[in-house]
Design a protein around this ligand. Structure first.
Ligand code: ZN
Length: 266
């Protein structure tokens, strides 16, 4: 059974999208991710794939070493891949938010069954961030609309399902902790959505804004960034879920795309 009906074309994602455990900053290789028309061919790589073994440098010390990647067929049989495990969004599209004339990004949603929210509430939570002028719409380049038939899928999944889905999409473990994204799909770890990150010093609400802006940033083609200078606000595309320091610089937490990040949208 195919869970998804959209996305027939391979998408080029320059660099490895999502949180690349053990390969932080290594976003250089191109990776072709085929949107999930079928579980058995959810993703494929065109260029030589970076080391896919479970990263020896786990960034999540309390988490046991990730299990060996499952063969693609395994996910087919998983209950997480069963369409009945998910709730889908409302039939009614939302209004479009953003600057008139900007490109409209239409997103649909799924929420894994059993999580303490509803698809409608999830849509509202996403729109609260994406429709804020501090978000990507402030660039004047993009607008957002929830649409049950939208090409961008944003899913809220349990940690285990997130791990499985990210493995299928980007062939890398997120240690059951982080989230990931490609140009056509955003996978949000419900533990992070509801609980924030132990590396994030602020509130869960602000963390959630960072999480949405970061992962949707990947869907918009953005790659990871580093902390440019001690004391500067972190670019939202910095992997702040993992900490606030890169290359010896420590940034301040920041949930919103910086001006230069917005300018880099096309
Ligand atoms: Zn990322």
């Amino acid at each position: 059974m195919s869970r998804f009906r959209t996305g027939r074309h391979p998408f080029l994602i320059g660099g490895l999208l999502g949180l690349l455990l053990g390969f932080a900053g290594g976003a250089g290789a191109g990776l072709i991710v085929e949107p999930p028309a079928a579980a058995s061919s959810a993703a494929s790589s065109e260029t030589p794939t970076p080391p896919m073994e479970p990263a020896p440098t786990s960034v999540s010390p309390r988490t046991p070493a990730p299990a060996a990647p499952k063969p693609p067929a395994a996910s087919k049989k998983s209950t997480h891949s069963d369409v009945s495990s998910y709730l889908f969004g409302p039939a009614q599209p939302s209004p479009t938010c953003g600057t008139p004339g900007a490109r409209v990004v239409r997103f649909r949603v799924l929420v894994e069954r059993g999580l303490p929210t509803t698809p409608a509430a999830f849509v509202a939570g996403l729109r609260k961030v994406l429709c804020d002028e501090r978000s990507w719409i402030g660039s004047g380049e993009v607008r957002f609309r929830y649409d049950p038939n939208g090409p961008l899928l944003i899913g809220l999944r349990t940690a285990d399902s997130t791990e499985e889905r990210c493995m299928a999409l980007i062939h890398l473990s997120v240690n059951h902790y982080y989230s990931c994204a490609t140009r056509s799909e955003v996978v949000l770890n419900a533990d992070r959505w509801f609980g924030g990150s132990r590396y994030w010093p602020g509130s869960v609400a602000v963390y959630r804004a960072m999480l949405v802006n970061h992962e949707v940033g990947h869907a918009l083609g953005q790659h990871h960034r580093s902390c440019p200078k001690d004391g500067n606000p972190a670019p939202v595309m910095m992997q702040q879920s993992k900490g606030l320091s890169t290359g010896g610089n420590t940034c301040k937490p920041n949930a919103w795309p910086l001006a230069y990040e917005k300018r880099s949208l096309d």
